[in-house]
Design a protein around this ligand. Structure first.
Ligand SMILES: [Fe+2]
Length: 480
């Protein structure tokens, strides 16, 4: 059996902790005053049982706070129902992305329907002025941004139908509103497109788009006038989801004879104003989109099929690192609004995943820079950070021996003129020293500014957001 040097990143966090001033090598810019809050698995085991997929582990929040060049840190498990049940029963209680919960005959008798998980392990956002951790079931979990204590499930004051959602909603800064969607399975399948004002608990259904077999979609794009869904040929068998007892994602089937279909949906009317097809491909993450010269331009990270999902099962990650697909191809799709075919070009030869941009400045607009993680060689998971200049088609790479970086979050410096003036924050696992550190890069020069050392390792996580202030007021600014 091959031993993957990065395997520590899939083992449980040793503790929950709080540290006021962490040791820093280098200098943190004095203008950096705020908090990076992230979520991801804190453990991939419960009692004697193991989750099967990287996306399944019980959520743990991590927070790095910056003030006057100092950095404090805290990490705490998110106490969702899934977490509390797992802790009290000593076993996996709710099915996750790639894991089913096994219930005894008596449990099945008293509680016959499987309950959706609220294990919000994918992303952090704000809903109705509350800080929430989210996943792909529509049950955001509210937490206290100061203490990281779990507060409650977030309750919407509406009846927008749907059982599956995305953990990557979009924020429209012109309208001061969130746009997102739900996949509704009952009684017939549809995509529910909704809008929610920044300080509201109430979603407004903009449109309901009937669909025979919903696609598995992790993200979507937004332009000034449109929502863009990309339906990959990874299609849900609804009957199988209800009756098979298989893990959630295994109820989707890859249909290689089908195309990928882009749906261009009006943000105003909720109607599909155009659709276009391309060769079949799969993607987790859209990067950005904008309207230009009668076309909708969509940048995303593409894979030729859905094998990447299979490759991120723990068995593959820990025992067959050479099989792991850690990053994809940064592509630009052009969708002419008067043609039914979408064409793409590849923007860089470097593999990219967990893409970020200067969101507030660039989302829905033409832009220049994409930041992401990457992979320098097969079998070494995610081992580098990459900055792609998509206008000049150049790249800059950060790499350090035995280091495995996470999602690079861009934070703009105050009063900037350039798109890339700011810093990159990335939580890095150092397999040599067996701990994690927060890497601070100058986003423009790609030089290291600082490493903030943690006393222990953190399991690999997924997404996080930087907040100027962590007091949940109207002035709190989300930089996603
Ligand atoms: Fe994601």
């Amino acid at each position: 059996m091959a031993i993957a040097p990065y395997q520590l990143g899939f083992s449980a966090a040793h503790q929950e902790g709080e540290f006021n001033a962490l040791p820093i090598q280098g200098t943190i810019p004095s203008w950096l005053r705020g908090s990076l809050i992230r979520t991801g698995p804190g453990t991939l085991e419960v009692g004697q049982q193991s989750y099967h997929h990287w996306f399944d582990g019980l959520a743990m929040l991590r927070k790095f706070s910056f003030e006057d060049g100092r950095v404090s840190f805290a990490n705490r498990f998110l106490e969702s129902q899934a977490y509390r049940e797992a802790k009290s029963k000593g076993k996996i209680s709710r099915g996750e992305f790639g894991t089913t919960a096994r219930h005894s005959f008596l449990e099945r008798l008293t509680d016959p329907l499987p309950r959706l998980t609220d294990n919000a392990t994918v992303n952090i956002t704000m809903q109705g002025d509350r800080f929430v951790s989210v996943t792909e079931s529509p049950f955001p979990i509210i937490f206290d941004p100061q203490s990281l204590n779990t507060i409650d499930q977030f309750h919407y004051h509406d009846h927008v139908p749907g059982q599956i959602t995305t953990a990557h909603p979009h924020f429209d800064y012109r309208e001061n509103a969130v746009y997102s969607y739900l996949v509704n399975l009952i009684p017939r399948c549809s995509y529910s497109i909704y809008r929610m004002d920044a300080h509201s608990n109430e979603r407004t259904l903009i449109g309901s788009i009937p669909v025979k077999q919903p696609a598995y979609m992790h993200t979507f794009s937004m332009t000034e006038h449109y929502i863009i869904l990309s339906e990959y040929p990874l299609k849900l068998n609804r009957l199988s989801l209800m009756l098979s007892g298989k893990p959630y994602i295994e109820n989707y089937q890859w249909k290689s004879d089908k195309q990928t279909r882009f749906l261009i949906i009006s943000k105003e009317t909720g109607e599909v104003v155009h659709s276009a097809e391309s060769e079949p491909f799969f993607s987790f993450h859209h990067v950005n989109a904008f309207e230009q010269n009668g076309e909708v331009v969509v940048d995303l990270i593409a894979y030729s099929d859905s094998a990447v999902i299979q490759s991120l099962y723990l068995e593959s990650l820990l025992e067959h690192p050479e099989q792991v697909i850690a990053a994809g191809e940064l592509r630009r799709y052009r969708i002419p609004l008067n043609e039914a075919i979408a064409h793409f070009e590849v923007l860089t030869s470097e593999p990219v995943e967990l893409p970020r941009i200067n969101y507030q400045r660039c989302n829905t607009r033409p832009y220049q820079f994409v930041y992401g993680v990457g992979s320098s060689r097969s079998g070494n998971f995610i081992d580098q950070l990459v900055k792609v200049d998509i206008q000049n088609r150049t790249t800059q790479i950060w790499r350090s021996p035995d280091c495995y970086p996470g999602e690079p979050v861009f934070v703009a410096a105050p009063n900037t003129t350039s798109e890339d003036e700011g810093v990159i924050l990335s939580v890095v696992l150092n397999a040599q020293t067996q701990n994690s550190f927060l890497l601070v890069l100058d986003a423009q020069s790609w030089n290291e500014l600082a490493r903030v050392e943690l006393p222990y390792h953190l399991p690999f996580d997924f997404h996080g957001q930087y907040f100027d202030a962590i007091v949940p007021t109207e002035r709190t600014q989300l930089h996603r």
